[in-house]
Design a protein around this ligand. Sequence first.
Ligand code: AMP
Length: 513
Amino acid sequence: MTEETEQTEERLFKDLGLSPQIQQAIDEIGFEKPSPIQAEAIPELLAGHDVIGQAQTGTGKTAAFGLPMLQYLDPSNDEVQAIVLTPTRELCIQVTQALRSYAEHLDIEIVAVFGGAPIRSQQAQLRSGAHVVVATVGRMKDLISRRSLVLTAARFVVLDEADEMLDLGFIEDVERILRMCPSGRQTALFSATMPPPIKRLADTFMYDPVTISITPKTLTVDAIEQAYVEVPGKAKVDKLVDVVKAEDPEQAILFCRTKIGATRLERDLKNRGLDVKALHGDLSQGVRDGVMLAFKNHRCRLLVATDIAARGLDVDHVTHVINYDIPNSSETYVHRIGRTGRAGRTGRAITFVTPDQMRDLEQIKSDVKASIAEWEKPEDRIEHARPPRRKRRGEKPAPLDDQPAVLVEEVEDVDEVVEVPLTEEPEAAIPETPDGAVKLFINRGSRSDITEEDLRWALKEGAVLEDGQVADVRVLERFSFVEVDGDVAERTVEFLDGSRLKGSAIRVEIARS
Ligand code: AMP
């Protein structure tokens, strides 16, 4: 253990200088102690410093900037006082949900604005007041040009996943937006990697920033079994099919370096009879959403993805990451394989290398300080023969820095593993009422202090539904039912399941009977 983590382990949330209302929300959510990035960044941000956080999703970075941001806000001032810029709508929604749960006991309005949803309802939400706006870059620009959003009072600015904004070509727009914010603002920039344009942006737009770097390997790599497959370029697809069949993953992400490579691999795997979907930047936002949803909902087992496209994907039951193309840096390697082995589960990462890439692999091995042995079929493995178990519904994540300790439990739970054939299981039809609505079940009701108004609010704010898309809301004692339009039912589940309402997480699912 490094000196840094020993030091941060001693810190508790109550030592960080957060207000009682924020502390109460953290207690109710169940965070026991701050993650390393939180322990480092929260005091700096509370002290008014600019912060560069080099940390990826999964490190607790949202609370690291979110908690001090909420504490900075003045609820009695109706102006937009803080903005969070995100590269994708998935991240925008995820951040908004997290911030709302942290703001549970504050009188703070947090509005999400992102592309692909009606701009009018977002304009209306802004008109009725927003202390914080969480936005994708394009939609924020659009709302500014329509004069629905002014940033003259936005003195707390967060750039989340800045490197992805760069990759997606948004950096100039980000700079334009930064120029519209007051010069005396406080800026926090989070990025998994720090390529030169991001460093330049920090030099130009930040004031004497404190840099906090959290190496993701302390969080993830220990829990991941890593192997490599040496194979000539021409034989890669066939070898991949062998590996996938032998490993029989519950869900796997297959990484390619380029969009063209991803498209080609998807086609080649489909031609060999595998059930696979691809996620890359050439697809429309609608198609990307559909693919992500299918993967998150377990309707697709294999996902071919490029690094950029996979960033917004926060799925915690990926059992395998396969680097079909070796990543071009050790940072990317760690970033990719961090998609598996989430929340204390074991995962496997298998990297394909052509003979002339063996040197790149050696570099990764030495940077990551992990043993990456040659891949063997699962039945030939002596020590690591147990597959990861399936996720239990409603399971709470372990505290972030305790994750590797949970490994012991993994080994004992092997009986739970269900064998799933490689072809897709037929999907059960979603039951609709005669007027085309779909009934959703929510696991909380009046006994948990939930009212019809709360649910209508959650449907509108959390799942971005219009009033007309909600047919019925019924709150019973221990659970509730809502009926929503058939074509937004899956999205509603996706957006609301696991989100927090009145202090605790709710489960939302399609009512099957
Ligand atoms: P993030 O990196 O912000 O996307 O957070 C990753 C996950 O860690 C989210 O599900 C958070 O709710 C959770 N999380 C954040 N901070 C903590 C903490 N201090 N203890 C336990 N879980 C946390």
